[in-house]
Design a binder for this molecule. Structure first.
Ligand SMILES: [Zn+2]
Length: 406
């Protein structure tokens, strides 16, 4: 009778348990199983064809789902068979994937836990090493990724993300699906070159219409070489970062030019200056107005920054260009050295700013993907493996999309 109970709990189709052993000290249960057919046949692990001609038999131990507080191990009989097509091959077993030392259902359960818990927590729960959990999770994610249809890359985003001590990653994403596609260390030209060789072979490059990127020369060099026909669109957030830096530079210069009481009034206004006017509350607005009223140059700098935002509202290139020339002209006689430098940079990269008129790439998506990546990196270690990191973010993005649709 116990044999029947063990068999029913195990639920491995076609297999029968014939021996078991409890190890109290390790709280583990070991079960020996074999095929129950009187005249069994074995599926070739290479091609799947059935065969009855056995070459040799070995035993293999695999980890299975726990029974209550018992850790469960299965000893399987594994046959090597003569296959008509492949010669001598190891049989394929339905509930074990390849040479993995655990059953398919065990790996699935571990991978499912990894979806919403840190790897270290999962490892502790299943009494596995962190390395094993990482391996199981990556394997499951790769299988999921391969099963998905691959969509052509039309709007590509290139961004860099910094974390830890001077560590930097280049991340390439699909702006239409809002998913990262690839990541590589550092932000060099070679990094992006590697993306093209590893991920985007020449025949798939022709789909790329526009690339949203930072004004960063190494990236631009690589893009010009590999995607000569795609339009380069400079990311608004990155451009505005340069503008904010110019405002901040002006603030610093003005602060040191002032004396005593005026300085005190300007102190602590940095954040106000870098925030957009329409995002400020009424009290903050009046505080900022007070500070700006005291210093004409600072007022001008803030005003120039606010003005420039309009550049991205145009759909007609001629109008955008006219607006930009006006903006440049209004810089004259202002004695704002930081803005002089900024104007030079913007002028040199103006093509890429104008391209936004034709290619309305979704800027917010780049930031959102960046945020997702940061969240995943913060949650656990093991992301030195960039491929794993990307898979992880893809899965969570896909799940978030499903949750929104439901
Ligand atoms: Zn075969």
């Amino acid at each position: 009778m116990p044999e029947e109970i063990v068999g029913r709990i195990l639920r491995l189709r076609g297999y029968r348990a014939y021996r078991w052993e409890f190890d109290e000290a390790a709280s583990s249960l070991t079960i020996w199983v074999r095929q129950e057919e009187s005249d069994p046949f074995y599926a070739c692990g290479g091609c799947g064809i059935g065969s009855r001609s056995i070459h040799s038999v070995r035993e293999r131990r695999v980890r299975d789902l726990p029974w209550g507080t018992w850790k469960v191990w299965l000893w399987l009989e594994v046959h090597r068979v003569h296959c008509r097509r492949c010669g001598v091959r190891t049989e394929g077993i339905e509930f074990v994937e390849g040479k993995q030392p655990y059953t398919r259902r065990f790996a699935e359960a571990v991978a499912r836990d990894c979806e919403d818990a840190a790897v270290r927590r999962v490892a502790a729960k299943w009494r596995l090493s962190v390395q094993t959990v990482l391996r199981i999770d990556k394997r499951a994610l790769s299988a999921w990724s391969i099963s998905r249809p691959r969509r052509p890359l039309r709007h590509m985003g290139v961004d860099e993300i910094f974390w830890g001590k001077g560590k930097c990653l280049t991340v390439v994403s699909n702006l239409e699906t809002g998913e990262p596609l690839w990541a590589g260390p550092e932000r060099k030209r070679e990094t992006l070159d590697r993306f093209f060789t590893e991920y985007l072979p020449p025949r798939r490059r022709r789909w790329v219409r526009a690339v949203c990127v930072d004004m960063w020369e190494p990236y631009l060099q690589s893009l010009r070489e590999h995607l000569p026909r795609a339009a380069i669109v400079f990311d608004k957030f990155h451009v505005m970062k340069h503008v904010n830096a110019a405002v901040d530079e002006t603030r610093r210069q003005e602060f040191f030019r002032q004396k005593g009481p005026l300085r005190a009034l300007m102190r602590g206004k940095r954040w106000l200056l870098l925030t957009r006017w329409h995002n400020l509350t009424r009290t903050k607005k009046s505080q900022l107005q007070q500070a700006l009223a005291l210093n004409r140059r600072l007022f001008k700098a803030y005003y120039l920054k606010e003005q420039l935002e309009r550049l991205w509202s145009y759909t007609y290139e001629g109008a955008a260009a006219r607006f930009f020339i006006q903006w440049l002209l209004s810089l004259r006689w202002q004695r704002l050295p930081a803005f002089k430098k900024l104007a030079r940079t913007l002028y040199d990269h103006f093509d890429g700013i104008l391209n936004y008129c034709r290619h309305k790439v979704p800027f917010g998506v780049v930031e959102a993907i960046n945020g997702n990546l940061r969240a995943v990196i913060r949650r656990g270690r093991g992301y030195r493996d960039h491929e794993y990191l990307i898979l992880k973010v893809q899965k969570s993005t896909a799940q978030a999309r499903l949750a929104r649709a439901a």
